[in-house]
Design a binder for this molecule. Structure first.
Ligand SMILES: [Zn+2]
Length: 342
């Protein structure tokens, strides 16, 4: 009996020892170090796989973002130089709403932008009494001088002050005081009607304007002559900006051509008229990221686009937004400017 008991106890003890041994060996077997040691190849394979997978995912996200930015820029021509003005018969609020909708679609990187200053820039082309009624393109881009004069009166009577586009970076960076009732009048292409119809009104109402001239079109029929431009500059009421050498679509031009159009037009205007040319206007309102870089590298401090909007910040000094005068046509210009929310 005693013998049996002792045998049993010994058996139990040896079982316990065996269990402990097994536990220890299991622990050893499944410890991380041991695992890595025993499965080094497998472990390296997983690390490698994870790294390659991460690189692929990040590359896809990067490419997707790039593609989205490109699409945003391709939408810009919606608001190109040649798009028709808004219908004169539509109500002010509808026009503001429509233009606003367009601004949301066309403005790239809008969500990341810090909106700093409201300073509407209006984009005029022709200001004349058109005699040829079949010239529909000119009519679409035209504001008759009498309407233009009413707009200037309206601005003056409501205490509006005019600025040059070259003053926008100064205003945004708080280097220059400006009136909250500020507005900029810009004119594209340098048509001869600027001298005949706009300039006398600028002098009468002491209004500033920025004029974007196409260097190789100076002295051509229908465009301003060099002597007229000299007179405009001498008045102190007109800023001369560049609108390239030949008014080409920069987005589709080879880099070397785009560089010439952007850089040389600035140099030639400066040499010919003895002025500093600080701002640029994209023909047809079209550009891409290379165009933006070339404009910056050429020494301009700001550039105007055709994207509708009235707010400017540091992030968009090289595609400042503008409004078409069509949205004021037969409407209270000041009311439209004040209601404009983007
Ligand atoms: Zn143009």
């Amino acid at each position: 009996m005693i013998k049996d008991l002792v045998k049993n106890k010994v058996n139990k003890k040896s079982k316990k020892i065996n269990t402990l041994k097994l536990n220890r060996s299991l622990k050893d077997k499944f410890s991380v170090d041991k695992f890595i040691k025993n499965n080094k190849k497998l472990f390296l394979f997983f690390i490698g796989f994870f790294l390659i997978f991460s690189i692929i995912v990040f590359s896809c996200l990067f490419l997707l973002r790039k593609q989205e930015q490109k699409v945003g820029q391709k939408r810009t021509p919606l608001a190109s130089d040649l798009a028709p003005s808004s219908s004169p018969s539509a109500s002010t609020s509808r026009l503001v709403k429509e233009a606003t909708k367009e601004a949301v679609v066309a403005a790239p990187e809008k969500n990341n932008q810090k909106i700093s200053r409201k300073l509407p820039i209006i984009m005029y082309h022709y200001v004349e009494n058109i005699l040829n009624s079949s010239d529909t393109l000119r009519q679409k881009l035209n504001i008759p001088p009498a309407i233009f004069e009413n707009e200037l009166k309206n601005l003056k009577e409501n205490g509006y002050q005019t600025y040059f586009v070259r003053e926008v970076p100064e205003i945004i960076n708080d280097r220059m005081l400006f009136s909250p009732k500020g507005v900029i009048l810009s004119f594209d292409d340098g048509y001869e009607d600027f001298y005949a119809d706009v300039f006398p009104l600028l002098k009468r109402y002491q209004t500033k304007a920025t004029l974007y001239v196409i260097y190789n079109f100076i002295d051509r029929p229908g465009y301003l002559s060099a002597s007229q431009i000299r007179e405009l500059i001498a008045s102190g009421l007109v800023e001369i900006g560049s609108h390239t050498l030949d008014h080409i679509d920069l987005r589709n031009a080879p880099d070397s051509v785009a560089k010439r159009e952007i850089f040389e037009s600035k140099q030639r205007l400066e040499n010919k008229f003895g002025i500093k040319v600080k701002t640029f206007a994209y023909p047809f309102g079209t550009y891409n990221s290379e165009t933006l870089n070339l404009v910056k590298e050429s020494g301009y401090t700001a550039a105007v686009s055709t994207i509708p909007g009235t707010y400017h910040s540091n992030e968009k000094l090289f595609y400042l937004h503008r409004l078409r005068p069509g949205i004021f046509y037969n409407h209270d210009m000041v009311k439209v400017l004040e209601e404009y929310k983007y």
